[in-house]
Ligand binder design. Structure first.
Ligand SMILES: Cc1cc2nc3c(=O)[nH]c(=O)nc-3n(C[C@H](O)[C@H](O)[C@H](O)COP(=O)(O)O)c2cc1C
Length: 186
């Protein structure tokens, strides 16, 4: 697949199947992530890979977050939270590891860099015929989850990227008119 086809045609895959990406596929994925634009070469990111029972540990964090939000939450709610990471054979958390108080590289720039790294992961997964979907959801912003993933005060969970083999067909890529989004000053 050539680069522009990839950029134009990448799409998300919500239905993901076993197996998890191989070590070689993951290496390609992370190399792509590490090419994200990065002001001052701060490398403002951390990646946490959840597979196998590791996904259950993440699910326990999600359930704990639900419980802390509502100690009366019923079993269905807690179990639904628990099962979320099991929707794919692997989940990769992309965390913006923010160095605060840098005049030239404010927090927003560092978070954007980590977002670009997340996009790199999606692109490299797609290019290898894998399925991937970027999810955040309320757990990305939850204090229990933040603590469980050892985020520092200024860090942010940018993405939970669900990745695996294609479990269905890609939906057709939406066509947008460039003119609706581009202004030209000539
Ligand atoms: C920061 C961010 C967070 C997202 N969180 C979710 C989410 O929690 N749940 C969801 O269904 N889609 C979420 N999405 C959207 C999907 O990843 C996807 O981009 C969208 O469904 C459009 O599909 P496409 O990527 O094939 O164009 C998120 C996207 C971004 C950029």
């Amino acid at each position: 697949m050539d680069a522009l086809t990839l950029l134009h045609e990448r799409s998300s895959m919500g239905k993901l199947a076993e197996p998890a990406p191989s070590a070689e596929q993951l290496s390609v994925i992370y190399q792509a992530a590490l090419r994200a634009p990065d002001h001052k070469e701060l490398r403002p990111w951390r990646f946490i890979e959840f597979s196998g029972e590791g996904r259950e540990r993440l699910g326990e964090l999600f359930a704990e977050a639900e419980f802390q939000e509502d100690p009366h939450a019923d079993d269905d709610t807690l179990n639904s939270a628990r099962k979320k990471p099991l929707r794919a054979p692997m989940v990769i958390a992309v965390i913006a590891k923010v160095t605060p108080e840098l005049d030239k590289v404010p927090k927003m720039e560092q978070v954007i860099s980590a977002g670009c790294a997340a996009h790199g992961i999606l692109l490299a997964a797609h290019a290898q015929g894998l399925g991937a979907m970027w999810r955040s959801g309320k757990y990305a912003f939850d204090s229990v989850v933040r603590k469980g993933l050892s985020l520092s005060e200024n860090d942010e969970v940018v993405a939970f990227i669900y990745v695996g083999a294609l479990g269905g067909r890609h939906k057709p890529v939406a066509e947008h008119s460039v003119a609706d989004f581009v202004e030209r000053w000539e």
